[in-house]
Design a protein around this ligand. Sequence first.
Ligand SMILES: [Zn+2]
Length: 163
Amino acid sequence: MGARNHNYRLVKIHRTYTVEEMATLLAVHRNTVRRWFEEGLATIDQKRPVLVKGDALLTFLKDRRTKGKRPCRPGEFYCLRCRAPRRPTGSRVVYQAFTFDRGNLLGVCPDCGARLNRRVSLARMGPAIGDLQVAFPQAQEHIDESPHPSLNCDFNGGARTHA
Ligand SMILES: [Zn+2]
C-alpha cells in the first residue's frame, strides 16, 4: 500500500526502459530502480545503457506488490519464470564483471532451468550470495590492480599531448 503501490499500469510490455525512464515513469529515484536490479529485476543484457523489458518490469512490480516485501534472502535469486526466489542449482553462480566494481551473478533455477541473474557490486556481494560458491571467469588481478583504469588513461593521454 501507499508508497509501494507503484502505478505499474503505465508500463508498456512491448517496449524497453532505461533506468532513467523507469524512474520517471514510476516516480521513484534512480537509486530505487538500481536496488530493484539487486532484488531480481532482469536486464536484457550486459550492455550499456541498462535496458529492461516492459513485461519483466511489470512482472517484477506486480510480484513485489502482491507479496509485499519479500526480498531474496542471501543465496537466493529471483526466478522470473517461477516468480519466486530460488537458490541456484548446485549453490553455484558465476560472476560476470561489467565495470571494475559492478557485475552480474549468474546461476540456473533448480526448478525450471531458467537463467537467474542478480546485479551486484563487488563491495556488496556478500549479502547477496550468502554461502553460494562464486566463480570468477575473468582475471581478477585486472580488477585489483587498476581500480580506475579509464581515469589513468585520460591522465596519461593528456600529459602526452604536451610532450
Ligand atoms: Zn524457475
